[in-house]
Design a protein around this ligand. Structure first.
Ligand code: TPP
Ligand code: MG
Length: 601
């Protein structure tokens, strides 16, 4: 029986281990979709409400699972819709393969309906981009698209004109101008690169000379958690985490200071301010002002030679895999049996600071608010999140509460749009997570703006597929403040401007009623006492659930070290007729006070 191009493509993707394709149909991909119908043993189609969601679902799938995430869209509008999700993959370094339709070859270049110059559209975002014009080309470009996505942790795009999908498949020949390919494997995926010995020796000297060592980890340290802990134990270091590295090590370890940066913790801020030596492992966090003042000694470990030494003037740059490089480094360090002297004192001060900080957060979460303090939502979740939970957070004020208050435990996973910081990713990420781990509960923390932008419609996707999941729990928690609150605070703090209601206010909606109407569990919370029971109920539900929490928009996301000028600007905004000034200053000050006097709340 002859095989067509679509059939070959789907079977090859199966050999690559692809079992799900997140997509939305259109006539540019009819050949592929039709073939999926004929090939029940091939990858399954997961239908979203919007191609951007398909791309986010592929990103979520790959972030939490064993990628690549694969998404599929028609040419023209479908392709354009994918773009934000693909940039999210590019910026957070996630392996995603996008397969996109195009006008038939007979019409290409003729301004045919839905014909868009897809090479121009995708050329910046895609680490590899190719159009299949004849069947013989397919194995090479398809395998390269997958290998490049996996090997470079990046999005790649394959464009297949509609008519090509339906051509009979003929393999490349051993001939001029034909390109072969080799069978799928995952060997290239995690190359264990090691820096040269002289660089490791120098790095070990720098670390050995340090008395107050700080470690910063990012997502590049994933899989090297034990080695990071060994380094911290050997040297008395504290460990701060960039946002995407939040789940690399749990938050219940005494030397882990938690998140860093504007959304970070005070112990992380102090760790960086007071250290004499910095070791960065797999982090590309751009906010230099949250790293130590220039002039401290520093070592960086990263797999990417193009992304090293550019966030801090580091003395030794180790290009290599985090785990292997840390092991090689540990072998070279002076490792006394126990910590003594300045290193002991440093470690003790870090541990005391961390313990105090958790008390501060506890008190901050209990500050009364109108009606619910948003910090309480994440605080209560930390007490209840199942050990195997996969937690996603959207971009908005909730990012602050996720970064600071969510207490990661050993097996938990978490992620967000760390670098693009796009709104509207948390619900589709959680759906992607459910397909990567159908046996684990997923929890999405989402602002009402992000919910109106993307999340609401994807609840229908969750409803549609939840019966396929062994554990049907997908809990979406909406921070209902009728405001684009994070930006409202940025306007106040950075721009010195009062809230501009015409741009910031959101239309009212009952998210819980929407969920119920969609056949899911909907829970409304309008007071602090309802928060804990709502989590309990949602986490015990037999289907996806939505918790709609009315929360206070006046709770400022105060950065760990409030810049004096930012504070002054905030106060100015409050005094200049801000319609929400009621309560803001009081609660802001109360929150700040509790950082210094945790016992007072
Ligand atoms: C696609 C996109 N558009 C705009 C922004 C800018 N932005 C960042 S956070 C935010 C407000 C989010 O509001 P909401 O989801 O209601 O969360 P809240 O901050 O109110 O908790 C906006 C507009 C963005 N990050 N992404
Ligand atoms: Mg909001």
């Amino acid at each position: 029986m002859t095989q067509n191009v679509a059939d070959h493509l789907l079977r090859r993707l199966s050999q690559w281990g692809v079992t799900k394709i997140f997509g939305y149909p259109g006539d540019g991909i009819n050949g592929l979709v039709a073939q999926m119908g004929r090939l029940p043993e091939g990858p399954r189609f997961v239908q979203s409400r919007h191609e951007e969601m398909s791309a986010f679902e592929a990103v979520g799938y790959a972030k939490f699972g064993d990628g690549p995430g694969v998404c599929l869209a028609t040419g023209g509008p479908g392709a354009i819709h994918l773009l934000n999700g693909l940039y999210d993959a590019k910026l957070d370094r996630v392996p995603v393969v996008a397969i996109v339709g195009q006008a038939d070859r007979t019409a290409l270049g003729g301004s045919y309906q839905q014909e868009v110059d897809l090479h121009s559209l995708f050329k910046d975002v895609a680490a590899y981009l190719a159009t299949v014009t004849v069947p013989e080309q397919l194995p090479n470009v398809l395998d390269r698209a997958v290998r490049t996505a996996l090997g470079r942790s990046a999005p790649t795009v394959l464009i297949i004109p509609g008519d090509v999908q339906e051509l009979d498949y003929t393999p490349p020949e051993h001939a001029f101008k034909h390109v072969p390919s080799s069978a799928p494997d995952r060997l290239h995926e995690h190359p264990r690169t090691l820096p040269p010995v002289h660089a490791l020796d120098r790095a070990a000297q720098v670390i050995d000379a340090g008395e107050r060592i700080a470690i910063l980890i990012g997502q590049g340290a994933r899989g090297a958690g034990q080695e990071v802990l060994d380094l911290a134990d050997a040297t008395g270091a504290g460990i701060a985490k960039a946002l995407l590295g939040k789940d690399v090590l749990p938050d219940d370890l005494p030397e882990v200071t938690g998140s860093i940066g504007l959304l970070g913790t005070r112990p992380s801020w102090e760790l960086m301010r007071d250290c004499d030596t910095l070791v960065i492992v797999g982090s590309n966090m751009p906010y230099t002002q949250f790293l130590p003042p220039f002039g401290r000694r520093a070592v960086q470990i990263d797999t990417d030679p193009g992304a090293i030494g550019m966030r801090y003037p580091t003395e030794v740059n180790l290009v290599g895999d985090a785990k292997a490089t840390l092991r090689a480094l540990l072998e070279r360090l002076d490792r006394p049996d126990e910590l003594t002297g300045p290193r002991r004192r440093w470690r003790t001060s870090i541990e005391e600071g961390v313990a105090r900080w958790w008390d501060v957060l506890d008190a901050q979460a209990r500050i009364p608010a109108d009606p619910v303090n948003p910090m309480l939502i994440v605080h209560e979740l930390s007490l209840r999140a199942p050990d195997d939970a996969v937690i996603t957070a959207d971009s908005g004020s909730v990012t602050n509460w996720y970064a600071r208050l969510l207490k990661m435990r050993a097996e938990m996973r978490g992620s967000l749009s760390g670098t693009l910081a796009t709104m509207g990713c948390a619900v589709p990420y959680a759906i992607g997570a459910k397909f990567a781990h159908p046996d684990r509960p997923a929890i999405a923390l989402v602002g009402d703006g992000a919910m109106q932008m993307n999340g609401l419609m994807e609840m229908l996707t969750a409803r549609r597929y939840h019966e396929l999941w062994d554990d049907p729990r997908l809990v979406v928690c909406v921070l209902h403040n009728n405001d684009l609150n994070q930006v409202t605070w940025e306007l106040r703090a950075m721009g010195g401007s009062p809230k501009t209601p015409f741009s910031q206010d959101l239309p009212e909606l009952s998210y819980a009623a929407f969920a119920e109407q969609a056949g899911l569990v909907g829970i409304t919370v309008d007071g602090p006492d309802g928060v804990g029971p709502a989590w309990d109920r949602a986490l015990a539900a037999d289907r996806p659930a939505l918790i709609d929490v009315r929360c206070d928009a006046d709770m400022p996301p105060i950065p760990p070290q409030v810049d004096r000028e930012q504070l002054v600007d905030t106060v100015k905004a409050l005094l200049s007729g801000d319609p929400d000034r009621r309560g803001v200053a009081v609660r802001g000050l109360a929150a700040k006070a509790r950082e210094f006097f945790p016992g007072s709340g």
